[in-house]
Write a new protein. Structure first.
Lengths: 381, 384, 306
């Protein structure tokens, strides 16, 4: 048994002999499950930032990315967050696409003093619902998104809505903000239905909705449910315009619906990637690195967030509290998504909201589509 | 050296080695080292089995119970102390201890009495949600909350008592499975209990000592706050273990075994089947609920997806893996099932798959489990 | 509520009932023949649907665009491959454990279900995401006021009905069915009568699994979506349905299937809370039924040796 002890001692010694200037940073996102395309796109983008930094000779440290999967489930997210935050070697993290997960995990980051930057979750409460100094966010919140959406759709001439939302905080948030915005714009909400995030069969809700004759079905939720609702609308003969949020802006949504996706509208904060200040640079570098999957809608934000984190570590060193302080003071920082300024809740303001419509199997910016000229018409127009 | 003291020495050495193994296993990070360690240990275990050492170890345990048990307790404390400043290893150890408590409860239900319970995760969840609701909205002292968690789980279980009593075998299984699924679905669609978003659980606080803040001794030493939870987990596990052992060795345990082995014959001998099934089921749920309450306070956040059917299967499998009705077996199985996937990152994704395959293999080739229960001795340690 | 909406719910309920009934028939067949509950049945269904989906991808890749040919190909592939898988499971996992305590068999099949589920999730390309199932049936629909009748729903219902009738004829009017019933009644006597026990068991499992695969393809065609977790809930519901109807009894299984679907539909329509409570409602009624009739509605006649 002494050989065993020797082996144990040796392995520990080898661990000590390695170079000490490695810094670990983490990325958390939904790498499996219905929205994995966005999660993987975000992970690749964050990885791109780390790779580019490691290739830079002027960098002071060598960075290692630890990518973890939160499965878009709150409890898994909390477990993963605990694991990340309790590992003292991880200095900072770029976290979360799913709002439902983020809202549960912020307490953990505060408990363990891990500075994080959110890259995709849009629920306002994540930054505004607490005073944690550890939590920051580079992308916008859903308030702006829904304001613009309500104004746009009412402006198109629609008057009657049925709202379907999922019962996580994400869906409930969308419901709340869109309902408020719609009232201000003179729309009428005929009914509101809450559905569970894994629900398969929507016959009950859609049949009741059909009886009310809505012009638009507003859906606050993510891609898998969006696909099911739209296709079941078709089965029941419910002819209304389908309006979604940033949660359905994924290629998987269109792939799941085929021709049924035509004419669906959705809204997202941030300009389309090629109109971003660093957009073309990002797209080029992403392609050069050779990732198999697309960065999807929020990849640029993940990239910007990771870069910001790495910059902070470069400036103040691998110390969680110092990085946190540095991030809190971020003002007018250049990045590929524009200038980043964190307000007193760590929230960056993203002014632009882009409207998208599905045309010929692709998400197309509204202004560039054939719908704006009237060549094609939305449902019911 | 006499035979008996030789046995004891071997037993002690085994415990020491086990502690060293556990510490190394939890501490090292590199995948290759972990794999190497596992292979080494597997070889050591097989070799010792061949050489008859393991029989001597089990004899040592059987004949010197109080001594050996205290040694195991000490070993656990040593492990906890070693990791006093690292959060994650302590979290894992505390999880093992809490799952152990829950599985001991499950053991009482179907290891001893033969009452199948596929809703173990559901009762665990009842304990969790009790803790969440009581901690957030009332000022009930947290130790009492733990006990209440168990009580409410037992109460919820009593809803199932009638169906469980009236049905047998597969039908009983379906009743518990249906209940487990119903419970999870109910939690998801019901907003008052947080819905799919789950609930935040304030951490434990006993007499002003907050369990959720690191323990600071002087300016240098900052002990992880999970140490608190390890302490209470250990206390619960020890309590559950003692309870299980005592019941097993009493006339209560005899009746439970009789009910499991042959209901008709037991009824003929005057054993009140209904009463014993109810006792075992309720007591088991009580333990599971208590473990759940502490677990919720430790994690700080619970959601319905924590308590799905798959998790119930994990609990049942731990009991089966260790050997039905064998508390020490449950200890080892709980440690294996929880620690192994966490450390072997490479298999993290595949863990459910590998895990299910392992259970299938065990069921096919060694259905008695790792540490089978063995025949009941009328008086422990008695050799005729 | 007006007749049109009611009609919509009725049609939907019947579709669900048909699918549950098909799965329940499988459970009941297995139990009748071997006294075993094969919990992995739902996941076998899922594997069958994925097999059908892969076949569809293969056929389209070959350039064959005719929906009818694709449909036939998908069905044949799914049913045959699952019949084969069912037989393999029977031969290597269930038969050797004939004399083991029922809990062990229960657990082994549960674990097997997990293995199947995880294998698809991990090894099928992009397995953890739901996949769109192609629209292989004609999608014309006729509207009667607020009630929309779709051609594909009708075809699915008809197909399910045909399968059920086919199974009934197979069990009751053919020699093989006779052999199955004999084995279900008394294994030893059947063997004495010259029936090849193992062969019949394998055939029964193949039949049940094939029927389940058909139900899975039906599910895929109806919802136009398949995912790796669809088997779990369907399996539990099918099992509950088989239990309600009484294990070992095919008509009980069919009855149980439709009963469960009916409960779900009533739950969705009549309850004042959101339709998501329908599963809670249905399962609690199942549990209550079990209290009232511990061995199912059409009770199993069993005797126990003391």
């Amino acid at each position: 048994m002494s050989a065993f002890t020797i082996a144990m001692v040796l392995s520990v010694a080898v661990g000590f002999a390695e170079a000490k200037d490695k810094v670990k940073v983490a990325f958390i996102g939904p790498l499996t499950g219905g929205v994995s395309a966005n999660g993987i796109g975000g992970r690749n983008s964050a990885d791109l930032a780390v790779q580019l930094r490691n290739a830079d000779a002027k960098a002071k440290y060598e960075y290692e990315l630890v990518a973890l999967d939160d499965e878009c489930k709150p409890n898994v997210g909390v477990q993963v967050a605990t694991k990340t935050a309790s590992d003292k070697k991880i200095i900072g993290a770029v976290t979360h696409y799913c709002s439902a997960v983020a809202i549960g995990a912020v307490d953990i980051y505060n408990k363990f003093s891990l500075p994080v930057i959110v890259w995709g979750a849009v629920l306002p409460d994540i930054t505004y619902g607490n005073t944690y100094k550890e939590v920051h966010r580079v992308n916008g919140t859903m308030i702006n998104q829904n304001d613009v959406a309500a104004e746009f759709m009412a402006g198109q001439g629609y008057k009657k809505w049925v709202i379907i939302h999922d019962t996580t905080d994400y869906g409930k948030g969308h419901n709340k903000y869109f309902s408020e915005a719609l009232k201000k714009n003179g729309g009428e909400i005929l009914a509101t239905f809450g559905v569970t995030a894994e629900q398969q069969d929507f016959t009950a809700e859609l049949t009741k909705a059909k009886a009310l004759n809505p012009e638009v079905i507003y859906f606050g939720g993510l891609t898998p449910i969006g696909v099911r609702i739209r296709s079941q609308m078709e089965k029941l003969g419910l002819k209304a315009e389908f309006q979604g949020t940033s949660g359905i802006m994924a290629d998987a949504f269109i792939a799941g619906l085929g021709p049924l996706a035509e004419g669906i509208v959705a809204f997202r904060e941030g300009a389309p990637v090629d109109k971003l200040p660093g957009g073309k640079f990002f797209v080029q570098k992403y392609k050069d690195q050779g990732y198999a999957e697309s960065p999807e809608a929020y990849g640029p934000f993940a990239f910007a967030a990771m870069n910001l984190l790495l910059d902070s570590i470069e400036e103040v060193g691998p110390n969680r509290k110092k990085v946190r302080k540095m991030l809190n003071g971020t003002a007018n920082r250049d990045s590929i998504v524009g200038k980043i300024t964190f307000d007193d809740h760590g929230q960056n303001t993203v002014a632009a909201i882009t409207k998208y419509v599905v045309q010929d199997g692709k998400w197309v910016v509204w202004e560039d589509s054939e719908y704006v000229s009237g060549k094609r018409k939305l449902q019911g127009m | 050296m006499t035979d008996k003291s030789m046995d004891m020495l071997i037993g002690f050495v085994a415990i020491v080695l086990g502690t060293v193994f556990l510490i190394t296993f939890v501490a090292i990070e590199s995948q290759i080292e972990i794999l190497g360690l596992i292979v080494l240990t597997a070889i050591a275990v097989v070799v010792s089995a061949r050489m008859g050492i393991s029989t001597r170890i089990s004899e040592a345990f059987a004949s010197n119970e109080p001594l050996m048990n205290s040694a195991m307790l000490l070993a656990t404390l040593v492990v906890a102390f070693w990791f006093r400043e690292d959060h994650f290893p302590l979290l894992m150890i505390a999880t093992v201890l809490l799952y152990l408590t829950a599985c001991l409860g499950l053991n009482m239900q179907f290891g001893y009495t033969g009452v199948v319970n596929f809703a173990g995760a559901g009762f665990f969840g009842v304990g969790c949600y009790t803790a969440a609701v009581l901690n957030q909205h009332t000022a009930v002292p947290h130790l009492l909350v733990v006990v209440l968690g168990g009580v409410i789980a037992a109460l919820v279980g009593s809803i199932l008592i009638l169906p469980v009593l009236r049905t047998r075998g597969h039908y009983a299984a379906v009743v518990t499975i249906a209940f487990g699924i119903m419970f999870k679905t109910f939690l998801e669609v019901n907003d008052t209990l947080g819905g799919p978003q789950g609930l935040k659980v304030p951490g434990m606080e006993i007499l002003g000592w907050s369990f959720n803040s690191n323990i600071e001794i002087g300016a240098e030493i900052e002990l992880s706050f999970y140490l608190n939870y390890v302490a209470i987990g250990l206390a619960l596990a020890v309590l559950a273990f003692i309870l299980t052992r005592r019941i097993e060795r009493s006339w209560v345990g005899l009746s439970l075994d009789a009910v499991r082995l042959d209901e008709t014959a037991a009824a003929c001998f005057g054993v009140n089947i209904k009463r014993w099934k109810i006792t075992a089921f309720t007591l088991g749920n009580f333990l599971i609920g208590m473990a759940g309450a502490v677990f919720a306070m430790m994690l700080g956040f619970i959601a319905p997806t924590n308590f799905a059917f798959g998790d119930s299967l994990i609990l049942v499998s731990i009991v089966l893996l260790g050997g039905m009705g064998s508390p020490w077996g449950t200890v080892i199985a709980a440690g294996l099932v929880i620690l192994l996937p966490e450390k072997l990152q490479a298999i993290q994704e595949y863990r459910f798959l590998l895990y299910a395959i392992v259970v299938i293999l065990i069921l096919l080739f060694r259905p008695q489990g790792l540490l089978p229960r063995g025949l009941r001795t009328y008086v422990p340690g008695w050799r005729g | 509520m007006d007749a049109g909406l009611l009609g919509q719910f009725v049609v939907n309920g019947m579709m669900l009932g048909m699918m549950y009934a098909l799965v329940a028939v499988g459970f009941t067949l297995f139990f009748g023949v071997l006294d075993v509950i094969k919990f992995s049945h739902g996941d076998v269904l899922m594997v069958g649907t994925f097999a059908g989906f892969s076949t569809y991808l293969g056929i389209s890749a070959l350039g064959i665009d005719n929906a009818f040919v694709q449909l036939i190909g998908v069905l044949v592939a799914a049913v045959c491959s699952m019949a084969f898988l069912g037989a393999v499971i029977a031969r290597y996992l269930v038969l050797p454990l004939k004399s083991a305590p029922p809990l062990n068999v229960l657990l082994i099949t549960l674990m097997l279900g997990t293995v199947l589920r995880e294998t698809v999730r991990l090894f099928y390309p992009d397995g953890s995401n739901p996949k769109p199932f192609p629209y292989l049936l004609p999608t014309d629909s006729w509207a009667f006021g607020s009630f929309t009748l779709r051609a594909d729903s009708m075809i699915l219902l008809l197909g399910g009905l045909l399968v059920i009738v086919g199974v009934h004829i197979l069990i009751n009017k053919t020699k093989m069915g006779l052999a199955m019933r004999a084995v279900a009644q008394d294994e030893e006597t059947a063997k004495c009568m010259g029936i090849n026990f193992t062969l019949i068991v394998l055939l029964t499992f193949a039949l049940g699994s094939g029927v389940a695969a058909f139900a899975g393809v039906m599910n895929g065609l109806y919802y136009n979506e398949i995912n790796f977790g669809m088997g779990l809930l369907l399996g539990v519901i099918g099992f509950s349905a088989a239990i309600i109807g009484g294990l070992g009894n095919i008509y009980g299984a069919i009855l149980g299937g439709f009963l469960f679907a009916g409960l779900q539909t009533i739950g969705a329509v009549a309850l004042p809370f959101s339709s998501a409570y329908k599963d809670v409602f249905a399962f609690s009624v199942v549990i209550a039924l079990m209290v009232w009739r511990p061995t199912g509605l059409i009770a199993e006649k069993s005797s126990e040796r003391v």
